[in-house]
Design a protein around this ligand. Structure first.
Ligand code: GDP
Length: 196
């Protein structure tokens, strides 16, 4: 799966812009600066691939990449309240419509920063995913940053948050793009979904 090139397909701003749901897809979500672009680049082995989603103007788009027979979907980083209310509302409507209506969406990988743990905005996304009955799995990023005792405490908090949501996949994937750790575990999880 990951031996093949991943390519940027398109950025979507409205439901009618979605590519046809003709293959399985997995989605990546997380707060701004969580390390999502870095992780997607590590995952696909392509530096700069996911940068498109971070350039100004693209922040309200759902970005689709092809990866072999899959779509890899990059949701814009959330948690920055810079955008005007109207823009945020439009974005939330699109996000809700996308998440609840996409039959081929197999899983959302929800990225959580190992230094910060689950924040209010993460809880909101979890609630949304849960009500849309979309399975989500937490991927901890930057695990090279905290001391292991700090990481344990953060993980405890994550588990408590997950316990509230039936749509949560119980296994948490620990990654560090810096160290390259956990990337193969994440790849294996995606490959398993692709072969189901
Ligand atoms: P995004 O906004 O979620 O796409 O975040 P980026 O991928 O742009 O990363 C945000 C910052 O975190 C950058 O300065 C990265 O170099 C840094 N970063 C990303 N992954 C890691 C990691 O695994 N370890 C460490 N220490 N820093 C990371």
């Amino acid at each position: 799966l990951f031996a093949q090139n991943s390519e940027f397909l398109k950025g979507v701003v409205a439901m009618d812009g979605l590519p046809p749901a003709d293959r399985l897809e997995v989605c990546f979500a997380g707060r701004s600066n969580v390390g999502k672009s870095t992780l997607i680049n590590a995952l696909t082995g392509r530096k700069g691939l996911a940068r498109a989603s971070n350039t100004p103007g693209r922040t309200q788009e759902i970005n689709f990449f092809t990866l072999a027979d899959l779509y890899l979907v990059d949701l814009p980083g959330y948690g920055y309240a810079k955008a005007p209310v109207k823009v945020v509302e439009k974005w939330q409507r699109l996000l809700k419509a996308y998440l609840s209506g996409r039959a081929t969406l197999r899983r959302v990988f929800l990225l959580i920063d190992s230094r910060h743990g689950v924040k209010e905005v993460d809880q909101e996304i979890m609630k949304l995913l849960n009500s849309a009955a979309v399975t989500f799995q937490v991927v901890m990023t930057k695990t090279d940053k905290p001391k292991s005792s700090e990481l344990d405490k953060i993980l405890q908090g994550v588990r408590e948050a997950l316990a509230k949501h039936p749509a949560a996949y119980p296994e948490i994937i620990l990654t560090s793009s810096e160290k390259g750790s956990g990337i193969s575990t994440l790849r294996a999880a995606i490959a398993r979904l692709a072969s189901e």
